[in-house]
Design a protein around this ligand. Sequence first.
Ligand code: GLU
Length: 429
Amino acid sequence: MVMEIRTGPEQLNAFEIAQRQFDEAVEHMTLKAGVVKMLRLPKRELTVNFPVRMDDGSVKMFTGYRVHHSTVRGPTKGGIRYHPAVTLDEVRALAMWMTWKCAVVNIPFGGAKGGVVVDPKGLSMRELENLTRRYATEISILMSPDGDIPAPDVGTNPQVMAWIMDTYSMHKGHSVPAVVTGKPIEIGGSQGRIEATGRGVIFCIEAAMKRLEMHAVYPNGLEGARVAVQGFGNVGSVTAYLAQDAGARVVAISDVRGGIYNPRGLNVRDVIRHREETGSVVNYPGAEGITNGELLTLDCDVLVPAALENQITAENAQYVRAKIIAEGANGPLTPTADAVFADRKILVIPDILCNAGGVTVSYFEWVQGLQYFFWQEAQINEQLRAIMNRSFEEVWQTAQQHKVNMRIGAYIRAVQRVHDATVIRGIYP
Ligand code: GLU
């Protein structure tokens, strides 16, 4: 089949892409029209403009968002992003994707997302704390352990979650650990949460390699497989070192400043050390410098885009040489890229399945926080493995039955669950 040649510029608005994916899935399903209309839109959206006192004594205004897409299957869940390019439409898309993600792995949450338009690297620790505490206060009208539970995302980390938990708890007069997940272990964080997203990505890649019968070339799972990872934040770095631990050759890694390539394989923990010392993976000795764009089209078996949205598009999809694309990031492929990969028989493990390990262990953390009863890491990782493997198989089977790609397969499963819950609850009043 010859790909349709696009003439106009590709649509890169994340929310429009999320709606388009939803619409495509709905075409394969028999659903109540009213529920479909409801699920295309976020339930509620909050925009906050708030002041932060800077180190030089001046006051700066910042804009932040918190969007709840759906509360039908439980409290809303989703991270908070600090990034200069955050927009309301991006947060809407990310919130909607959280609804489907929680439903794909069948944990009892709806979807939410938050964001602040800020480059956190440009702030001192004190400014970051001031911004976080004020933003947390602003969104506390939506946030609660049984209503909406934030977590880390791009540009935020366990320390930021600790400040959010502390701010919320100060207002309540007692500690409320379950109001946020991805916290440091010392204050009720879960074992295995830091690694959870990357670990889930690895489980998915291993399941995909089995399904594609790649054992003919790689008989022991990831052992010997060539992996390239775009993005070296929490998801990219953990995925890279767990891949290496499983015997893979991690041939390329990149961060926002650029990438490094060594066809014999990089020592990922040493790259992490280099990044800690210099602030970036670039100039790592013993590797060739490459751009982020070049990383995506390298000769490899598994490509893990673990940075931001819209990295693989109409422009570069035809040059990708991987056999499996594992979406560590949310929304790294455009719909045109999806069509190219369906055509070229490249397997895409979609974000709402592939990176769902993070929110799955967030769910474990939330349960532990509500019960003040904490689990061992082995138990966490085992339960995560069971959920990821089961979800992968369900999505694979659904995609086969409907003759669609895995993204639409994942949507079909997720949308059906949210749809059915909505029908059973009924439309109020
Ligand atoms: N930000 C992560 C995601 O996009 C984690 C969300 C959570 O743990 O609530 O899935």
